[in-house]
Ligand binder design. Structure first.
Ligand code: LLP
Length: 433
């Protein structure tokens, strides 16, 4: 019935996440509130990890893509589950460092890392830096030299795969700001250049074709393109890669119209392609890396709101306003993303009312769900928007000076605050009086 398997309904007709009554959570911690089910996050980590064991002889590492939801808490979970981490900024790296994340399992991405960020990565012993361009390569070599280290690196390659997803989250095609291209020789050039540098050690390739992708085929295609490029590197330059990082992007179920592939299927099929192409091209089977973000945390999260004003504009639309909106979930205003929602205190009631759920920002586009069916709502009801665990908290803003909600983690009936609700004082803490 629900898009996420950790949701159920109790005897009070309340929505339950894990073993926690969401109406009670809303009362105890206030709204808006991000709620994350720790058990499900851990379970998702394990699905990927065991797929690598099963289909690829354990010769790989799953990296949790922090951009989906980056906190000390999630870094600790990923570390405890034996995952590595994809970080994409000094801020994400800082969070991982503070969480005590093993630095050798960190892969640092980004199309425009600054000198300060590279300095921070090198001095903290980050395992791999995914180099995006020549400018970065030269800067990194100098920084590593100054630190007297040889930094392991990979290159971000555009495999030329056009994945079917929203334009803003497609990244593997030629017209992309990320990485170096194959067809114009740029990728060869940068790999060879790095090979001849003293303080970087190129040992692999990386690609990421996009996000919220439902087909296995583009991932297989990308794997084949990358392995063929590895073959060309060996044939033409005599250089053999050790690692292949195939990025993230596996689609999840936001509404009943989404039909995701079981996560381990991606690894199963991609593993076959990598092994087959390695054999064809006379290459050693590379250590493989995958970088899921959304699929690990999105299904484990919900956001709870309190319903305020209800505006029934006859023959036009019924607006139901909540105490959050684009500040805590900007995905509708950015991508017109679709979500499912449930009136948490009437969770089993029939959804007979067509409404548009609006946020509280001064912006007409501040919508959370457009034309959605809910059980008849009243002021004061608790609304749960489902599958909000990825790219909600991490993309939240203080627009209209609205404080960001708290994050509560539930685990086996226990609930704890893992990120405090922002206060008004927090909002002005950097203002100069
Ligand atoms: N690796 C790299 C290099 C990436 O750029 C991304 C996502 C991932 C891994 C993780 O992808 P995932 O498994 O989470 O799909 N804000 C957008 C999503 C942007 C994704 C950017 N890169 C959204 O809300 O849909």
């Amino acid at each position: 019935m629900f898009v996420s398997k950790d949701l159920s309904i109790n005897e009070k007709n309340h929505l339950v996440i894990g073993k926690n009554d969401t109406v009670e959570l809303a009362k105890q911690f206030g709204t808006p509130l991000y709620v994350m089910d720790e058990e499900l996050i851990r379970e998702n980590c394990r699905v990927y990890k065991s797929a690598i064991d099963k289909y690829y002889n354990g010769n790989g590492l799953v990296l949790y893509a922090n951009k989906a939801f980056c906190t000390v808490y999630t870094c600790k979970i990923a570390a405890e589950e034996g995952l590595g981490a994809d970080v994409v900024s000094g801020g994400e790296l800082y969070t991982a460092i503070k969480a005590g994340f093993p630095m050798d399992r960190i892969y640092f991405h980004g199309n425009n890392k600054t000198a300060e960020e590279l300095e921070m990565a090198v001095s903290n012993g980050v395992g791999h830096i995914i180099v995006d361009n020549i400018y970065e390569l030269e800067m990194l070599n100098e920084i590593a030299k100054a630190h007297g280290v040889v930094q392991d690196i990979m290159f971000r390659i555009k495999p030329g795969i056009d994945a079917h997803t929203h334009d803003f989250v497609r990244t593997g095609q030629i017209d992309s700001k990320f990485g170096v291209a194959l067809e114009n020789g740029e990728a060869f050039e940068i790999y060879e250049k790095a090979h001849n540098m003293s303080n970087v050690n190129p040992d692999g390739l990386h690609c990421h074709i996009g996000s919220q992708i439902f087909d296995v085929a583009p991932f297989c295609e990308a794997a084949e393109v990358m392995m063929n490029f590895a073959g060309d590197l060996k044939d033409k330059l005599g250089l053999e890669i050790k690692k292949l990082n195939l990025g993230g992007g596996y689609g999840i179920m936001y509404t009943e119209n989404d039909d995701p592939v079981p996560y381990d299927e991606y690894i199963k099929h991609v593993s076959e392609v990598v092994k087959e192409t390695a054999e064809k091209r006379g290459l050693n089977i590379p250590f493989i890396l995958m970088e899921p973000g959304r699929s690990i945390v999105a299904p484990a999260g919900i956001t709870l709101y309190t319903i305020g004003g209800i505006k029934d504009i006859k023959n036009v639309r019924k607006y139901v306003s909540v105490d959050g909106g684009m500040g805590d979930n900007p995905r509708y205003i950015l991508y017109e993303s679709k979500y499912a929602a449930v009136v948490a205190n009437k969770a089993g009631d029939k959804a007979t009312d067509k409404v548009t759920v609006a946020g509280k920002c001064c912006e007409s586009g501040d919508i959370l769900l457009n034309d959605t069916m809910l059980a008849p709502v009243e002021v004061g009801d608790t609304l749960a928007v489902l599958a909000t665990g990825a790219y909600n908290y991490s993309m939240a803003s203080n627009y209209n000076r609205i404080p960001r909600p708290a994050v509560v983690a539930v685990n086996n009936g226990e609930a704890k605050v893992v990120v405090k609700r922002e206060s008004y004082e927090d909002l002005i803490k950097n203002d100069i009086f």
